[in-house]
Design a protein around this ligand. Structure first.
Ligand code: SF4
Length: 224
C-alpha cells in the first residue's frame, strides 16, 4: 500500500486516545479549504509500509491506536487496507478510519475491522458544491455511508468543517439528516493560503449552531 505520510504521535486525531497517524494519498474531492494538497496532488515521497509498521511496533506501548487518514483513505486498494488494518490489530492497537463517505461499499467491508470511523459531512447534501466539485452519484453514496454508520455497532462521529458559507439553517439540515447519531462535531476552519479574503464565522456563531444541532444529535465544537 502506498503511504504518503506518517505522524508517530497525535493527541487530537483519535478522540480520547493517543494515536499514530498514517496518511494515504489521493482524494476524489477537491475541497477549496483542503490543507492536504500535497497529498492529494502527488507531491510526496512514499514511505515504505514495512518501515511504518516497524515504527508503530516500536512505539506501541505509548499508543492507544492508529488513525488511517488522507486524502481519502478508501481510494487505496481494499485488500491492502484490510491487510494493513489486520497488522495494526495484531499489535493490540485500536484503528480509526477517516473518510469522506463516498465509498460505502468499501466502508461496509472495513466496518467489522476498525474501532472508530470519522466521516465528513461537508454541507447539506444538496449544497456540497459550495465546498467541492461533485461527480454524479456521490450524493447517494454519502447518504448510504451515513446509513451504514448509523446502523452499525461501531463508534463513529460525523464532522463538518465550518465553511463560512454555511448558515445555521444548513447545520440544522445536516443535524436533522443524522438525527439520533452517536456524535457530531463542528470544526472551525483554518483558511488556507490563497483564500485570505474569506472570513471565518465567529466562535459564538459556531456555538449557536452546535446548540441547534444538539436538538438532534450530541454535538461538540472543535478548534474555536
Ligand atoms: S475530502 Fe479531505 S483530503 Fe479530500 S479534498 Fe476535501 S479536505 Fe482535502
Amino acid at each position: 500500500m502506498i503511504i504518503a505520510g506518517f505522524a508517530p504521535n497525535s493527541c487530537v486525531d483519535y478522540p480520547k486516545n493517543i494515536a499514530a497517524v498514517v496518511f494515504l494519498p489521493g482524494c476524489n474531492f477537491d475541497c477549496w479549504y483542503c490543507h492536504n494538497r500535497d497529498l492529494i496532488e502527488g507531491r510526496f515521497t512514499p514511505i515504505d509500509e514495512k518501515e511504518v509498521l516497524e515504527k508503530i511496533e516500536k512505539r506501541k506501548r505509548f499508543l492507544d491506536g492508529v488513525v488511517i487518514t488522507g486524502g481519502e483513505p478508501l481510494l487505496s486498494p481494499l485488500n491492502d487496507l484490510k491487510a494493513f488494518i489486520g497488522k495494526i490489530k495484531d499489535m493490540g492497537l485500536l484503528v480509526k478510519l477517516d473518510s469522506n463517505g463516498t465509498f460505502p461499499d468499501k466502508l461496509a467491508e472495513l466496518l467489522p475491522l476498525v474501532d472508530y470511523v470519522a466521516m465528513d459531512i461537508k454541507a447539506p447534501i444538496s449544497q456540497y458544491r459550495i465546498v467541492t466539485p461533485m461527480r454524479e452519484g456521490l450524493e447517494e453514496n454519502i447518504k448510504k455511508s451515513i446509513r451504514l454508520l448509523m446502523s452499525s455497532n461501531i463508534d463513529y462521529e460525523f464532522r463538518t468543517t465550518f465553511d463560512p458559507n454555511l448558515t445555521k439553517n444548513d447545520i440544522k439540515e445536516i443535524a436533522e439528516m443524522i438525527t439520533g447519531a452517536k456524535a457530531y462535531s463542528l470544526q472551525q476552519i483554518n483558511i488556507p493560503k490563497g483564500h485570505e479574503d474569506k472570513l471565518t464565522r465567529s466562535s459564538e456563531y459556531l456555538t449557536e449552531c452546535a446548540e441547534i444541532a444538539s436538538q438532534y444529535v450530541p454535538t461538540k465544537v472543535r478548534n474555536i
